[in-house]
Design a binder for this molecule. Structure first.
Ligand code: SF4
Length: 161
């Protein structure tokens, strides 16, 4: 896929949840996505300043407002306005943050600048330079079984996701 795209088109590679990458494996993905290192490992977040709960919110279909998709504590409801009193800066209460839609809002990271073209959509401000030479074949790793015993999704070799 990377080889078929124009050089000025960014291809995002999301690290697989729950997998630990060796340096060699990460290097192969990094050759395809120069920003892969941001998603390689969960980000320590406990006590860190995070924009959620202030300028960023998560709202479900019933109007329940939470600071983000990962912290269960409700701030109030969108439709009765009860969430408004709870808005304001507050540190992350969780140990780590392992999803782009969450950690992109950490003030300890520079991702608002890196993805200034679209913070949530992961559009880089500038196209990052890739390693010289053709992209390496990214390693294919088996996906751990899901908790419910059903097979997990796995990426086909060379698919780039
Ligand atoms: S760092 Fe992640 S888990 Fe913590 S508050 Fe921010 S978005 Fe939520």
């Amino acid at each position: 896929m990377r080889a078929d795209l124009p050089e000025d088109v960014y291809l995002w590679v999301n690290a697989a949840e729950g997998l630990t990458y060796t340096d060699a494996e990460a290097e192969a993905w990094q050759a395809i996505d120069p920003h892969f290192h941001y998603s390689r490992d969960p980000h320590p977040s406990l006590g860190a300043a995070c924009r959620t709960g202030d300028g960023v919110l998560s709202v479900d279909g019933d109007g329940e407002v939470r600071r983000c998709h990962f912290v269960d504590t409700p701030l109030g409801n969108l439709y009765d306005g009860s969430f408004a009193a709870a808005l304001g800066p507050s540190p992350c209460p969780l140990t780590t943050c392992d999803c782009h839609i969450g950690y992109v809002h950490l003030e300890t990271l520079d991702l608002y600048d890196v993805f200034r073209g679209g913070v949530i959509e992961r559009v880089p401000a500038v196209m990052p330079p890739r390693a010289p030479g053709p992209p390496q074949e990214a390693p294919h790793r088996p996906t751990p079984p899901r908790a419910d015993g059903r097979p997990g999704l796995s990426a086909p070799p060379g698919s780039g996701w």
